[in-house]
Design a protein around this ligand. Structure first.
Ligand code: XMP
Length: 510
């Protein structure tokens, strides 16, 4: 299988670059620039290298660099933004702040005829985000594109197969970005489009069938996309040797626990142990209002319940986990600021030791995991499930959590989701849910006064959940949802819509 190395210099679009390459059916691997050297690159057998963007200036001593040996490996290189400047810098070019200041946003790009730009019109729109630029390309390089403010928007050294683009071909705002990336992959690196999900499925099943032969495998199934796909995949590989433990903490959405059970125990015939632990969780959460304490309690109880079940199962050889590629990349990068302790229910403590860990999805991005899920025959509700926090509805009830409030929230949330799911998929927000606030308010129904909870609706549009915009839902839809909730859910007197983006707010209320 042909592979491209995405050398990560800290840019915000690194994962996007790898995903675009994989979408063109070429396998791409991301490595932080300081975790790989020229020997390893050679040993990796890569057909091409992409230098990613990054927030630095190459001429600063502390900025991320790479040993110039990378220019002598005989492997084509495409530098993007900072990567473009770094490539020119390593090859002896001159980089300096742009005279016209920063160039940011959609910009007209003028390209010269060149294989990298085959299929790209002479004038198109690209996405720029830079302060520095290549002032003088290195010897052997020539300029092949420009914008009004950037005379060196792309460079080429055809003899060595080195190319640099100041703009971002990986973002959708660059009209012909995909064409440019594909030209690099297929015309310059001569890659074969041999990364196909059918092959991934077959080879992963074969690999785990051989490796886990006769071993007992345990998986903590949450009903989330990753653990669900991992379960379906491993079931194909090891059949009855897979046991899934599904801890239903009672903080799931309406019908969710039953869907998990029907799918895995029913349709897939997987050995599934469902532990209905709502009472136990509610008991521990009694009187607790602090969000971080709630998260900790839910996480701790989850582990206790899971541990107890695992013990009762006797000898287990392998613990399977639904780790996916972004988790692997993130854990290799070090810490970023902790805003909330994103405890993923399913993350297990160190003292639970298993002789082996199986992570069948660790090379896959989320969209690839979903594609695999569809190929495995998982229901669409599970595969296309929107993100749902591990602590579940526990962080969507502000204030104390009670069984009564949970029921109210489940019903209201189901109505909101149902109404939104009647819309075209393309118009649907990336995440949408209801939150039961701790505020009570007066209402009027018939001739009587009511006094009940204020329920908030939240819907956001986002690419990565790091930032998010509140979604401009239509007034008609909001009106329908509000009227259904106040009519159908006893105890809710008022419905409000959250119009705060992230930042400054977070997606979840807690
Ligand atoms: P925030 O609220 O931090 O959410 O803007 C960003 C994304 O993360 C999800 N989220 C969580 N996921 N455990 C999780 O597994 C958590 O404790 C948690 N808190 C937030 C949230 O739903 C959104 O998709």
């Amino acid at each position: 299988m042909d592979k491209i190395l995405v050398l990560d210099f800290g840019g915000q679009y690194d994962q996007l670059i790898a995903r675009r390459i994989r979408a063109a059916n070429v396998y791409a691997e991301i490595k932080p620039y300081n975790k790989i050297d020229c020997d390893k690159i050679l040993a990796g057998g890569y057909k091409g290298i992409v230098f990613t963007g990054g927030p630095n200036s190459v001429y600063e001593q502390t900025s991320p660099r790479f040993h110039p040996c990378v220019l002598s490996l005989g492997i084509p290189i495409l530098g993007i933004c900072y990567g473009h400047q770094l490539l020119s810098f390593l090859a002896g070019g001159e980089i300096a702040p742009s005279e016209s200041g920063s160039e940011y946003g959609k910009t007209e790009l003028y390209v010269d005829p060149h294989p990298l730009f085959e299929g790209v019109p002479e004038k198109s729109v690209c996405w720029m985000s830079h302060t520095d630029e290549v002032k003088a390309p290195p010897e052997g390089f020539r300029v092949i594109a420009h914008t009004v403010n950037c005379s060196c928007a792309a460079v080429a050294d055809d003899r060595h197969g080195f190319y640099g683009v100041q703009f971002h071909p990986e973002v959708t705002h660059t009209e012909y970005g995909n064409t440019i990336l594909k030209n690099f992959l297929f015309k310059i690196c001569a890659c074969n489009a041999d990364w196909q999900m059918d092959d991934v499925l077959e080879s992963t099943v074969a690999k785990y069938r051989a490796e886990l032969n006769d071993k007992k495998v345990l998986l903590a199934l949450s009903g989330g996309v990753d653990s669900s796909v991992a379960a379906a995949l491993l079931q194909r590989a090891v059949g009855e040797n897979l046991v899934c433990v599904f801890v239903d903490h009672g903080l799931l959405r309406k019908g969710e626990g039953d869907l998990v059970e029907q799918t895995f125990a029913g349709k897939f015939g997987i050995r599934l142990i469902r532990v209905n632990a709502e009472e136990r969780f509610l008991e521990k959460l009694k009187g607790v209002t602090d969000p971080e304490r709630k998260r900790k309690i839910i996480g701790r109880e989850f582990i206790r319940v899971f541990e107890k079940e695992a013990k009762e199962l006797g000898q287990i050889d392998v613990l399977a986990q639904g780790t996916i590629y972004p988790d692997v990349i993130e854990s290799g990068k070090g810490d970023s600021a902790v805003i909330k302790s994103h405890h993923n229910v399913g993350g297990l403590p160190k003292h639970m030791t298993f002789s082996e860990i199986a992570e069948p999805l660790r090379d896959l991005f989320k969209d690839e995991v979903r594609e695999l899920g569809e190929k495995l025959g998982l229901p669409r509700e599970l595969v296309w499930r929107q993100p749902f926090p591990g602590p579940g509805l526990g962080v969507r009830i502000t204030g104390e959590i009670t069984a009564e409030k949970l029921n109210m929230l489940r019903e209201a949330d189901a109505i909101f989701r149902e109404e939104l799911e009647n819309c075209e998929t393309a118009q649907r927000p990336n995440q949408y849910f209801a939150v039961l606030t701790d505020t009570k308010s007066v209402g009027v129904m018939g001739d009587g006064r009511t006094y009940g909870y204020v329920l908030a609706l939240r819907a956001v549009s986002t690419d990565d959940f790091m930032t998010a915009e509140w979604t401009r839902l239509s007034y008609e839809l909001l009106e329908r949802v509000s009227s259904r909730i106040t009519n159908e859910v006893k105890g809710v007197t008022r419905v409000v819509y959250d119009i705060t983006s992230k930042p400054p707010a977070t997606v979840e209320f807690e």
